[in-house]
Design a protein around this ligand. Structure first.
Ligand code: NAD
Length: 257
């Protein structure tokens, strides 16, 4: 018996990193999975990995910042599986690394479009379905950048504070419909996003960023996608009925300082 037997999970940003690892973890627990990403190759690879575990899965290509794409991924998931029990609203980008005065305006708009509007659109169309069902668990991916500031990441920090805020708003609105809306706030986790940030920090020596980040984490480690996948699976399961509207840090005590 898996902890998610008979559940349907919808995961955005499923082509890699936290989305892929969570898809694998949820498949191990028996869930059927709808995978969403802009990246077709990575999305199809995750589908293959999920199916190797024995779980049913579909991949839907979408740009989460486009309303028609979001409506389409919700429609396709319902057509295929009939319901959405768990929604991991996770796709996001880190944007550029620069002081405020040098931060590019178009880049700011792009980060807000994907990280804020993308999460909003996901909530808008998935919550409508969950309300009809009278049940559901949503996990938005915020960040420690949704709890505290981070030098040279103004677009990202603005976007993740917005994700934390939208989580609280939706939890308050939808609790009475049997739906929970929580957010995870990861510290640095070993995915392509951290690799990109390391490269942007110092293209000649990306290791410098890893060493710097590790020294800033009280647990003196960078997290692994499996750590996050375990938390998201718990929040998606029926084991966490009273956790609602929470922004849960998973950061080796980085924001405890
Ligand atoms: P990742 O880059 O491996 O995954 C992000 C995924 O989102 C990619 O597969 C990418 O193709 C997809 N994506 C980007 N723009 C999209 C769009 N417009 N439409 C659809 N898909 C799109 O990085 P990750 O670390 O797995 O990031 C997942 C989430 O975790 C992000 O929201 C990120 O901000 C958040 N996060 C990551 C860390 C970290 O250290 N890795 C820390 C805190 C929060």
């Amino acid at each position: 018996m898996g902890r998610l037997d008979d559940k349907v999970a919808l995961i955005t940003g499923a082509a890699g990193g936290l989305g892929r690892q969570t898809a694998i973890r949820m498949a191990e627990e028996g869930a059927k999975i709808a995978l969403v990403d802009l990246n077709v190759e990575g999305g199809e690879e995750t589908k293959k990995l999920v199916e190797e575990i024995g779980s049913k899965s579909i991949f839907i290509q979408a740009d989460v910042s486009k309303s028609s794409d979001v409506q389409n991924y919700v429609k396709k998931t319902i057509e295929e599986f009939g319901k959405i029990d768990i929604f991991f609203n996770n796709a996001g980008i880190e944007g550029m690394v620069a002081p405020v005065e040098d931060y590019d305006e178009d880049e700011f708009d792009k980060v807000i479009a994907i990280n804020v509007k993308g999460v909003f659109l996901g909530l808008k169309y998935v919550l409508k379905e969950m309300k009809k069902q009278g049940s559901g668990s949503v996990i938005n991916t915020s960040s420690i950048g949704g709890l505290v500031g981070h030098e040279n990441f103004i677009g990202y920090v603005a976007s993740k504070h917005a994700v934390s805020g939208m989580t609280k708003d939706a939890a308050i609105e939808y609790g009475k419909h049997g739906i929970r809306v929580n957010a995870i706030a990861p510290g640095p986790i070993n995915t392509d996003m951290v690799k990109n940030a390391a490269h942007k920090h110092n293209p000649d020596n990306p290791q410098e960023y890893y060493d710097l980040v590790t020294s800033l984490v009280p647990s003196r480690m960078i997290g692994e996608p499996e750590h996050v996948a375990n938390l998201v699976t718990f929040l998606g399961s029926d084991e966490s009925p009273y956790i609602n509207g929470a922004i849960i840090a998973i950061d080796g005590a980085m924001t405890a300082i």
